[in-house]
Design a binder for this molecule. Structure first.
Ligand code: AMP
Ligand code: ZN
Length: 475
């Protein structure tokens, strides 16, 4: 099976074949660190995490780069207001960002370039664009000449001829005067006396434009042409369109082969955004008692990555139940490895069901990373597995195969084994109660055994008596 993935550039779901056999370069637009990331931002990073995990599960060696934008207009404005230097201001937000990713189980990228560490490469890129006539100087700034790049607009499939402003609102209105045409965008912004962030360059004192930052860092770390570029849908235009224009004008090569743009997280019908003040952070949800793994589950499985997802806290209740069901099934199968009788693999219906479920799971992800369909196949396995185990029709081999299937799911989902580990341990007091209850049952003192069962339930441990002994799980 090939892995088919929607490519924004072609507008089609198409095979993702690496430029170099066996390995793949992946650039993911990272955070602008002037605030804490909200769970909308995190949905995008989780979709990218899923994509990378799936590529790796298919045997590709992925090199992932995620930039940290630590200089831009908003950062400068906020740091100036707070009387802080750039680094002082951005460092805590950067740190919190990494904590959030870690809590959510996002695999770390291989490189996290900071824009302020790449000013030299950015200046070189601007110089190349000036030398080749793709850029011009005006009033101390340097602008990209869009009319020099006929492919402009190909990615976003927009008719950009009548466009006056950038979709992200990051173009200053006072730039219009200085530009040859309004569509041109800034590569290097002229600095003013006393600016918080400015660097010396051949074209004057100033600082890089946001789009330029990503082009310079991506090409420095992944080469002039690489496989995969990712960012939320709002990055398509103008950010990624501008990255393509700058990079391809400078190198004459195709910048990126495949473009991946996960859709937004909404709240109360609108896009969750820092500027709207309608955002929810991971820390807020954790403070309200949610597990980060439940948040991970919801954001990964709540909708296909190309569909919008409407966030409601009630959805986390459902998500938590799903995670618990997966975890309980994992534990039941683990217990089955020791408690059940060995079976012949070919005769164990659970082993059959597990292999079927694995194939269906992979097929759903190979079809444009369809996680909602993929996870549905895992729940089919869970239902069938529990039925077979209840009926005593599955044995050790079936449990082994089911665990293999769950482990395979977890290389992408990244939470079943973790949740099972969190809930696996009984405290000493709970272990004592369980042992006392076993003894009471052996003595046929059922009143006492029921009392102890209720006591365990009060401390969150549900006890179940099965044909093969006593089982427990957390509720
Ligand atoms: P920013 O820090 O604003 O540059 O955004 C970081 C990433 O989050 C970018 O890839 C954005 O496209 C993405 N993003 C912003 N808002 C949302 C949202 N509501 N839902 C999903 N992704 C978002
Ligand atoms: Zn970017």
């Amino acid at each position: 099976m090939t892995f088919n993935l929607f490519n924004t550039m072609s507008g089609e779901v198409e095979p993702l074949t690496p430029l170099h056999p066996g390995r793949l370069g992946m650039y993911t637009c990272g955070p602008t660190v002037h605030d804490q990331a909200h769970i909308g931002n995190l949905r995008t990073y989780l979709a990218e995490d899923l994509l990378r995990r799936h590529l790796e599960a298919r045997g590709l060696q992925v090199t992932q780069v995620m930039n940290v934008t630590d200089v831009d207009d908003k950062i400068i404005a906020k740091a100036t207001a707070a009387h802080m230097d750039l680094h002082q201001f951005t460092a805590p937000f950067t740190e919190v960002f990494f904590v959030d990713l870690d809590r959510l189980g996002v695999q770390p990228a291989h490189h996290y370039p900071r824009a302020t560490d790449y000013i030299g490469q950015m200046i070189q890129l601007v110089q190349r664009l000036l030398d080749s006539g793709h850029a011009y100087r005006s009033e101390g700034s340097v602008y990209f000449r869009i009319s020099s790049f006929p492919g402009y607009g190909r990615l976003s499939h927009l008719d950009i001829s009548g466009l006056r402003t950038g979709g992200s609102g990051r173009i200053d209105s006072d730039e219009y005067e200085a530009k040859e045409t309004v569509r041109d965008f800034v590569l290097w912004k002229a600095g003013a006396e006393g600016d918080l962030a400015a660097w010396e360059s051949p074209f004057g004192w100033g600082r890089p434009g946001w789009h330029l930052e990503c082009s310079a860092m991506a090409m420095d770390l992944l080469g002039d042409s690489f496989d995969l570029h990712c960012g939320g849908v709002d990055n398509k235009f103008p950010h990624h369109e501008n990255e393509i224009a700058q990079s391809e004008s400078a190198t004459g090569k195709t910048f990126v082969k495949h473009w991946f743009h996960p859709e937004h997280l909404l709240i109360a019908g609108g896009k969750m955004a820092k500027s709207q003040g309608n955002f929810v952070t991971l820390s807020t949800l954790i403070d309200r008692g949610q597990s980060p793994l439940t948040v991970r589950y919801l954001l990964l499985t709540g909708a296909h990555y190309r569909h919008k997802l409407q966030f409601k806290e009630e959805l986390l209740v459902e998500a938590e139940k799903d995670v618990e069901r997966l975890t309980a099934f994992w534990k039941r199968c683990s217990a089955g490895l020791t408690d059940l009788l060995p079976t012949r693999d070919s005769r164990d219906p659970l082993a059959d069901a597990a292999r079927r479920a694995s194939d269906l799971f992979e097929a759903a992800l190979d079809d444009d990373l369809n996680m909602p369909d993929a996870i549905a196949t895992t729940f089919d396995l869970l239902r069938e597995g529990n039925r077979l185990l209840d009926q005593g029709r599955a044995g050790r081999q079936g449990c082994l195969a089911a665990l293999d299937a769950l482990r395979q799911v977890d290389t992408r989902l990244g939470l079943i084994e973790k949740s099972a580990a969190v809930t696996q341990e009984l405290s000493d007091a709970e272990r004592d109660l369980l042992n006392l209850r076993d003894r009471a049952r052996q003595d046929r003192d059922f009143a006492e055994s029921d009392r102890l069962r209720d006591q365990l339930l009060e401390s969150g441990v549900q006890v179940e008596d099965t044909k093969v002994g006593t089982r427990w799980h957390r509720v």
